[in-house]
Design a binder for this molecule. Structure first.
Ligand code: GUN
Length: 295
């Protein structure tokens, strides 16, 4: 039976480390501020943004959500971002993705002041990250890296196979884990929707990361015994017996895989809570950097 890697437990360790830094800022009269922007009515996005705000409040941050209507124009969104850029109470700004059709995520993320870009989605920050000289690390890839390191599965020297090349997860994770140094040093294979057959790749992996947003993507016959599985997928599946009529599942076939692997993250309760904690970590770092500049 494989070990279950509970994201909440690792997130609690990091929260304790952040508490000390938040207390240090408080002694200087500084409160970290995180502005969250959401556009439209997507229920999953609404839930994620609420979780981020709640976690920020729990650490004593100032945090506010601004919700814009589904039919917001690009000018209106960019005007809001400009006002948050100029608001000294906020050290971090996050524009929740995806945006409704017609709004460009590249233009929105590029409009955020790069010092307040706690998502690492501003082109200047992506460039620094790819070059190996990051300002802040992208939240979900950093969450996966911390889960591996803090659970005793360092990626160095291992073959990591990532399924999914999204700009938020798969692609930046492939860069992060292949970077030189003890927190990286993995040999990385990046599979995606044009990979004809995933099994021959995933079966070679010491560590499989699945991040495509489709239940059942990773089955037991696709991993070798003793592999480590990190499941980034969050999917709503209908379940009339569940209180809300649906339940959350990952991209991996958790129950069957658990019998075969060394360790696996659950959904919910795996990568998700760690992603939120890495966002808070970035906000503290952005706050420290901005208030250091100001003195
Ligand atoms: N939507 C899903 N994950 C993320 C994320 O990490 N950042 C933003 N901005 N939107 C997301």
């Amino acid at each position: 039976m494989g070990r279950i890697l509970f994201g909440e437990e690792i997130a609690a360790e990091i929260r304790a480390e952040l508490q000390a830094r938040v207390a240090g800022l408080a002694r200087r009269g500084v409160v970290p501020g995180l502005a969250l922007v959401r556009v439209g009515d997507d229920p999953a996005s609404a839930s994620y943004v609420r979780q981020k705000e709640k976690a920020a409040h729990a650490l004593g941050f100032l945090s506010e959500i601004t919700v814009l209507p589904e039919r917001t124009t690009e000018d209106e969104l960019l005007a809001l971002i400009a006002s948050l850029n100029g608001d000294p109470r906020f050290h971090g700004i996050l524009v929740q993705l995806p945006l409704p059709p017609g709004l460009s995520p590249e233009r929105a993320c590029g409009a955020v002041d790069s010092r307040k870009d706690v998502d690492c989605l501003h082109p200047a920050n992506i460039g620094r990250f790819v070059r190996g000289d990051p300002y802040l690390l992208p939240c979900t890839p950093h969450a996966v890296q911390e889960i591996l390191l803090r659970s005793g599965y360092p990626p160095a020297g291992k073959h990591v196979v990532i399924v999914g090349r999204s700009p938020l997860v798969g692609r930046p994770l492939s860069i992060l884990l292949s970077q030189k140094g003890p927190r990286g040093d993995a040999t990385v294979t990046l599979c995606h929707s044009a990979t004809p057959d995933l099994g021959p790749f995933t079966r070679q992996a010491d560590i499989v990361v699945v991040a495509v947003g489709r239940p059942g993507t990773l089955q037991t016959d696709m991993v070798r015994e003793g592999a480590v599985v990190i499941d980034v997928g969050v999917n709503r599946v209908d379940d009339p017996a569940a209180p809300r009529g649906y339940r959350l599942v990952g991209d991996a076939d958790f129950d069957a895989l658990r019998e075969k692997v060394a360790a696996i993250t659950p959904v919910p309760g795996g990568v998700g809570p760690m992603t939120v904690m890495m966002l808070l970590s970035n906000t503290v770092a952005a706050c420290e950097a901005q208030t250091r500049d100001a003195r």
